[in-house]
Design a protein around this ligand. Structure first.
Ligand code: NAP
Length: 155
């Protein structure tokens, strides 16, 4: 919670004060699409990301009122080391450069939220039960693979 939720508040505040003194600049907070729906087998992480999603949408207006930018970036699957570490499927994951370009364009144009990736945009609008069923399955099998890997490493 400290890393995935509270740090976003602290950093947005610290940098927000400095940027306001300077009179320009922006901040990007990284949340996650569909986190508000609650994701089985990733429940604590999703709860932290839901906090960031809400924080970002609110702070956007506060930053804009001071002539600054704040963007909530809620990316879909992106090909970083995270997916490999968690044993998540990487098929169809967007390249990091695409995600970053979309974020920077959104920040420059004063957008409140950017959700890169069609699948992520669909996910963000899906009914809660469907999000939970779909993502719950993916996360459950990733958790099982992780458990099997941990047992192999320990033996
Ligand atoms: N990849 C995706 O599909 C995806 C989708 C939606 C949202 N996100 C979000 O995007 C963000 C970045 O994820 P990623 O995919 O780029 O993951 P990543 O490749 O694992 O990178 C994580 C980064 O966080 C840093 N970090 C980890 N623990 C830290 C700590 N205690 N203090 C300071 N820095 C720390 C790591 O630094 P070191 O390199 O020094 O360890 C690394 O630079 C995360 O918030 C993730 O939830 C990712």
């Amino acid at each position: 919670m400290h890393l995935n939720a509270y740090s976003h508040l602290v950093l947005a505040h610290r940098f927000g004060v400095r940027l306001a003194e300077r009179g320009r600049g922006g901040v990007i907070l990284v949340g996650s699409p569909g986190a508000e729906h609650g994701i089985p087998w990733l429940a604590a992480h999703a709860a932290a990301k839901a906090y960031v999603n809400t924080l970002g949408r609110g702070l956007h207006a506060e930053f804009t009122a001071r002539g600054l930018s704040l963007l909530l970036l809620a990316p879909g699957a992106t090909a970083t080391e995270l997916a490999a570490r968690r044993g998540l499927p990487t098929t169809g994951a967007m390249p990091v450069s695409d995600c970053v370009s979309r974020a920077l364009r959104g920040l420059e144009s004063g957008r409140a939220v950017v959700i890169p990736g069609l699948a992520a945009r669909v996910l963000a609008r899906m009914p809660v039960r469907l999000t939970q069923r779909m993502l719950g399955r993916v996360m459950a099998s990733a958790a099982q693979r992780g458990d099997a890997e941990a047992r192999r490493s320990a033996s």
